[in-house]
Design a protein around this ligand. Structure first.
Ligand SMILES: [Mg+2]
Length: 201
């Protein structure tokens, strides 16, 4: 496990699901049970000569596979009349998990629309211009985050052209939003498991 994932783990303590940890092992002899109190991402298990894992892993939460989320507005977050069904919940959840959130739109009314939809407060910044490409704007945004890798940035848009431009010129994750707008299935997450360890007999 690398250092960055260890840093991410501290954030997991905020996940409400952690408060409901399964205590299925309490019936085992506690002297033989060593709960290293470690969390492992997916199947990544730390090697240790004197310990082995049992297969009783417990899903304890999830984390987002990005640190900055950049959204298009039209046909991504809203359809011209309403937000899509998961839009608000996605923005709220990312905001609560300290993900940086940006809006990048060619719609020159984007700031007004966000205020109208009452979502402007979730964005670190709202960009709306036709003077620059989305790639140019996104490159400017990430300049402010020298510690964040491009692959830790995700860009959501409904137009393939915008995504393609970013995709071939960066390592940023690009996600195409289809006709029904954004929903949770588009959001890259990985599940986090807790493993229990036992000493060899
Ligand atoms: Mg669009």
């Amino acid at each position: 496990m690398n250092l960055s994932s260890l840093n991410n783990l501290s954030n997991l303590n905020n996940l409400s699901s952690l408060n409901n940890l399964n205590t299925q092992n309490t019936q085992l002899n506690p002297t033989n049970l060593i709960n290293l109190n470690n969390l492992y991402i997916n199947n990544e298990i730390k090697e240790n000569n004197i310990l082995r894992t049992l297969d009783n892993k417990t899903k304890v939460g999830f984390e987002f596979e990005f640190k900055i989320a950049i959204f298009d507005l039209d046909q991504t977050l809203w359809n011209g009349e309403n937000l899509y069904k998961d839009s608000l919940n996605i923005l709220k959840t990312l905001y609560r998990h300290d993900i940086k959130i940006y809006l990048v739109s060619f719609n020159l009314e984007a700031d007004k629309i966000c205020k109208l939809l009452n979502i402007e407060k979730y964005f670190d910044e709202i960009y709306f211009t036709r003077e620059k490409t989305k790639l140019q704007i996104i490159k400017e945004i990430i300049l402010d985050y020298p510690d964040i890798k491009e692959k830790e940035v995700v860009f959501f848009d409904d137009l393939a052209h915008n995504l393609y431009e970013v995709n071939i010129n960066s390592n940023i994750q690009t996600i195409k939003i289809d006709n029904d707008g954004i929903d949770w299935t588009y959001i890259p997450i990985k599940y986090v498991y807790r493993f229990y360890h036992y000493l060899y007999d």
